[in-house]
Design a protein around this ligand. Structure first.
Ligand SMILES: Cc1ncc(C[n+]2csc(CCOP(=O)(O)OP(=O)(O)O)c2C)c(N)n1
Ligand code: SF4
Ligand SMILES: [Mg+2]
Length: 285
């Protein structure tokens, strides 16, 4: 994060909320942080208005702490519950119309590459499952086919949460939701497999019950997109409000689904990405 983006004009200092002043004074600016540091500094996302126990809010916090280069990262979001949190996120972000996020991100990445050929500019899409697998799928897949160097992160709460709980392509077969009382009639879409077949050089399915694994996937996804081509990371983010469970049961729900084999955690690393990660590891020594 660049502190000067958030710096307060001296004449407004007294009227700014204490939270904001704290971010400017104690935020994680120009220092490398990770998920293990959470709680020790003013975070990139705080005071969000999402529901208690929201898996998406927890994951967003972990994702932001995992970004390898937040100061020069542009996040492209989309309509949905995560969009409500983005005004509180201290990383540069763009809100795109529902479903358009990967088209916007592709354009932003191309423009930044032309404008700043010698600088690192990571472009990361963070959008819901409805935006990614349903209404935006055309743009998502076109960005993969065209080998756009962007990272696509799906916050998979298996529903259109923001509009009251309709089923999405990512809902499980048979899922009954507020606005889908009859139960879904077809299986959950396997976007990780589609991503792999469509040219993504790195694909992972992770969850916030394993924060270190999530962090590793985000770092790998962003670095591989920077150097090689499109990457896809799917984060399981259960929604207590639409699936009617208690806010303190979110992590248990995740663990249960992983254990019963209905939410796989996976990782695909292409040969070129493997080579890149080995080179980066070697460089660290
Ligand atoms: C072009 C367009 N179509 C439909 C909508 C209505 N809409 C807003 S949010 C949403 C569902 C979002 O679902 P998802 O992407 O899964 O995000 P979530 O709210 O679950 O995090 C829909 C259909 C819209 N805002 N714009
Ligand atoms: S409706 Fe669900 S996804 Fe949306 S903020 Fe509430 S818990 Fe999170
Ligand atoms: Mg959703």
């Amino acid at each position: 994060m660049k502190k000067n983006i958030f710096q307060i004009s001296p004449s407004f200092y007294d009227v700014m909320p204490a939270e904001y002043r704290e971010l400017v004074e104690n935020g994680p600016f120009e220092k490398k942080v990770g998920v293990s540091d959470l709680g020790a500094f003013k975070e990139l996302s705080e005071e969000h208005p999402l529901c208690a126990g929201c898996g998406l809010a927890l994951s967003l916090r972990l994702i932001l702490a995992s970004l390898p280069n937040p100061e020069d990262t542009i996040i492209v979001g989309s309509t949905g519950c995560s969009a409500i949190a983005f005004p509180q996120v201290a990383v540069q972000n763009i809100h795109s119309l529902f479903g358009n996020q990967n088209a916007i991100a592709s354009g932003v990445k191309r423009a930044l590459t032309l404008r700043f050929p010698d600088k690192i500019k990571d472009v990361v899409v963070i959008a819901g499952d409805g935006a990614t697998v349903d209404i935006g799928l055309d743009m998502v897949m076109q960005s993969w086919f065209r080998q756009e160097r962007i990272t696509t992160i799906m916050l998979d709460n298996e529903a259109y949460a923001n509009t009251g709980g309709q089923e999405s392509g990512m809902s499980q077969e048979g899922a009954v939701l507020h606005m889908a009382p009859k139960g879904k009639t077809f299986p959950k879409v396997s976007l990780p497999e589609l991503a792999r077949a469509s040219g993504c050089v790195y694909v992972a399915a992770v969850n916030p019950a394993k924060p270190k694994k999530l962090e590793k996937a985000i770092v790998r996804g962003v670095l591989a997109a920077r150097e090689l081509g499109p990457t896809y990371i799917q984060v399981f983010t259960p929604c207590p409000t639409n699936y009617k469970f208690k806010p303190n049961e979110t992590i248990e729900k995740i663990k249960m689904r992983v254990k019963e084999g209905t939410y796989e955690t996976t990782e695909f690393i292409s040969a070129e990405a493997q080579e890149l990660f080995a080179r980066l590891e070697e460089g660290k020594k």
